[in-house]
Design a protein around this ligand. Structure first.
Ligand SMILES: Nc1ncnc2c1ncn2[C@@H]1O[C@H](COP(=O)(O)OP(=O)(O)O)[C@@H](O)[C@H]1O
Ligand SMILES: CC(=O)N[C@@H](CCC(=O)OP(=O)(O)O)C(=O)O
Length: 303
């Protein structure tokens, strides 16, 4: 197939632009959270898989952590089990936990593994139970009483927080050129299963592996301000103010919380990216045009 001179020029420009990024990120760990909402379109899923495989082929170490909230919601609905959220976390009773484990550890995880493998990668799917990858404990949630007079602890069931990530399993896989695909299910000291928000797992994995980047793919352009405009870059202090005034709420709360704690723990940058944009991952990694919101600890990165 022949190419016009302009098209060839465009391709050459894009490839040249990619070169410094390939050099900068060789051998670096990049944790990508694939959100359940970004996972709905077949074409986007295929493009996502190709982007991850490409990263691996040029020498980066991508690690995928996936969500599956909408997919869990669909099965719960078919089973006529009601579900609701507190601060972006699904209240998880025992029947709900069974469904969460079935959907995240089963169909969703295997679909992503299979997509990566079909596109030339070597992917291995894991839940936090495999090799005790994610040790978890029950998450304690505090909420203000309706009269706002005091805070109280509320029970949201089998929802966990990460206690420890067992990096041994991940190191072993990455050193053998596998792409780990992690479902956000934790295991307690007694073997119990915990439902963990996928953003929180991705953040912790990025922290313990001292990742270069944490990329959170979602179904919105990025972090929006009060007027609905994307905030392209912001520092930790700015985020605190946006939470306090209610601009950040619901599912964005755990996302921002984990992005902040990751950059505070040494991850170079965290990105909230619009997973509805074709090849969003590729654009973020290999081009000068960032997509979405960048959160970093270093002011210079934002200038
Ligand atoms: N300031 C904000 N900017 C953008 N989205 C926000 C903001 N505050 C709350 N949200 C909500 O957070 C959602 C993203 O979280 P969530 O639905 O849990 O995504 P995912 O399934 O990808 O993890 C957005 O679709 C939006 O409804
Ligand atoms: C505790 C909690 O809320 N767990 C999530 C786990 C899946 C998830 O995080 O999926 P998304 O990233 O697609 O939202 C849930 O049950 O939906």
């Amino acid at each position: 197939m022949s190419m016009s001179r302009t098209a060839a020029g465009d391709v050459a420009r894009v490839l040249t632009e990619a070169l410094p990024y390939i050099q900068r990120f060789t051998n670096k760990t990049i944790v990508v959270k694939f959100g359940g909402n970004a996972m709905i379109d077949d074409k986007l899923k295929e493009q996502f898989a190709r982007d991850i495989v490409l990263m691996k082929l040029v020498g980066m170490n991508p690690i995928v952590v996936h969500g599956g909230g909408p997919q869990i919601g669909d099965l719960l609905k078919r089973l006529a089990i009601e579900s609701h959220f507190v601060d972006g976390m699904r209240v998880t009773d025992t029947p709900t936990m069974d469904v969460v484990e079935m959907v995240l550890g089963g169909s969703v995880n295997k679909e992503i593994v299979s997509l990566l493998n079909r596109n030339g990668g070597k992917a291995i799917g894991l839940t936090g139970k495999d090799g005790q990858l994610i040790r978890a404990k029950k998450l304690k949630v505090t909420q203000r009483t309706p009269d706002l007079a005091k805070t109280e602890i509320i029970d949201i069931g089998h929802v966990g927080e990460v206690e420890k990530i067992n990096t041994e399993v991940l190191d072993m896989l990455v050193n053998s050129d596998f792409i780990p695909v992690i479902a956000p299910i934790g295991v307690g000291a007694d073997g119990a299963s915990y439902n963990i928000n996928a953003d929180l797992v991705a953040g912790k994995v990025a922290e313990v592996l001292k990742a270069e980047k944490l990329m959170l793919l979602t179904n919105i352009e990025g972090l929006l301000d009060k007027s609905g405009k994307v905030l392209t870059g912001l520092s930790t202090e700015q985020v605190d103010a946006l939470i306090a005034d209610g601009t950040i709420y619901g599912g964005m709360l755990p996302k921002i919380g984990c992005a902040l704690s990751a950059v505070n723990a040494g991850v170079v940058s965290a990105h909230i990216i619009d997973g509805r944009v074709p090849h969003a991952v590729l654009l973020e990694i290999f081009t000068d045009t960032g997509v979405g919101t960048l959160i970093t600890n270093t002011q210079s990165e934002l200038d």
